[in-house]
Design a protein around this ligand. Structure first.
Ligand code: RIB
Ligand code: CA
Length: 334
């Protein structure tokens, strides 16, 4: 299927500033790294978080939404910040179960946060995002940190949102590296390949933060230690969250280090220079017996002699500043 509309030019890749905060909606499935991403975003004066929406992925929608509320309380988010429920699973299919140990007890790495009394919006995530985008036409950035079911539903039910959104920044895919869900696929995209395909074909400018970048921005003890020693409860919580995922990965010299996938996606909005970007057209495989959910990147899209007829609507992070994310987390949360 070709792009629905004439593709829009990619927006400038500029750093956010506290003087002119970027309006964002965070769509997430907390999830340990989602929780770090939420705490980072809500501590950043450069971002104006307009709403948080939840999507099933790392756990059920109920647990994900309860976790999001707990993290918003820890973050000190204002009481009227909209928190809306999104998709309970891929359209028409059961949710792909995540190995429980990936995100640990309670899907927050065992982090013990008190239950929240925060109200969940009556409106759906789709309607909350559509409304937020319409309030700031051309300015709102939708940061997608889980499966793209809700984002695809937004574009289908509110086609005008494709023009209202400045950009969709999404954590997902394995562009030129191995996957973490199968040899060629990453968890978020593999959860709902059809939704991801719809998003890649929508013509909305995309900033894709795949495993190629997140697995090069590992954070280690030099980040975790100051966070754990922080006087700020948010910093200590992030330290504990990083400890949970550090146990699952060791960097080259064997030190515990963590890939904080979703936090890098938020960091890339704050400071795009943390990543190395290539431009191109992107799609997601939806029928491959072995590769369903694979991110496919055509860096020649839109150029003379292009290998596909895909529009040049995406930037894809192919590398990241290894120490940059850790320094940002310590600077903002310790
Ligand atoms: O593959 C990494 C992604 O899957 C992250 O968003 C993480 O939270 C998990 O959902
Ligand atoms: Ca996530």
């Amino acid at each position: 299927m070709d792009d629905v509309d004439e593709p829009r030019p990619l927006p400038p890749l500029t750093a956010a500033t506290a003087e002119d905060p970027v309006p964002v909606v965070l769509d997430c499935d907390p999830g340990v790294d989602d929780a770090v991403a939420l705490l980072l975003a809500l501590a950043a004066p450069e971002l104006d978080v307009r709403a948080v929406t939840t999507v099933a992925g790392n756990a059920s929608l109920d647990l994900i939404t309860a976790n999001a509320a707990r993290v918003l309380d820890l973050a000190g988010a204002r009481g009227d910040l909209p928190l809306a429920r999104g998709a309970a699973g891929p359209l028409g299919r059961a949710r792909r179960e995540r190995d429980a140990d990936v995100h640990g007890p309670g899907a927050l790495g065992g982090l013990d946060l008190p239950p929240s009394r925060r109200a969940v919006a009556e409106a759906s995530a789709v309607d909350v995002v559509a409304r937020a985008a319409a309030e700031r036409p051309g300015e709102l950035v939708l940061v997608a940190l889980g499966p793209l079911t809700t984002v695809a539903a937004l574009l289908a039910l509110h086609p005008e949102s494709a023009d209202h959104l400045r950009e969709v920044v999404l954590m997902g895919g394995a562009a030129f590296c191995e996957g973490n869900s199968s040899p060629t696929t990453e968890f978020n995209l593999r959860c709902d390949p059809d939704a991801a395909r719809r998003v890649t074909e929508s013509g909305v400018p995309l900033r894709v933060v795949p495993l190629d970048a997140t697995q090069r921005a590992l954070v280690g003890p030099e980040t975790t230690a100051p966070l754990l020693a922080s006087r700020d409860a948010r910093g200590r919580a992030v330290g504990q969250l990083l400890q949970h995922i550090s146990t699952q990965r060791r960097d080259d010299d064997g030190l515990a280090a963590a890939a904080v996938h979703d936090a890098l996606a938020v960091a890339a909005v704050l400071d795009p220079t943390l990543c190395t970007w290539v431009e191109g057209g992107v799609r997601v495989e939806t029928s491959g017996e072995l590769t369903r959910g694979e991110l496919v990147v055509d860096t020649t899209a839109g150029t003379d002699g292009a290998r596909t007829d895909w529009a040049r609507t995406a930037r894809v992070a192919v590398d990241a500043d290894a120490g940059g994310l850790g320094r940002l987390l310590v600077d903002r949360l310790a």
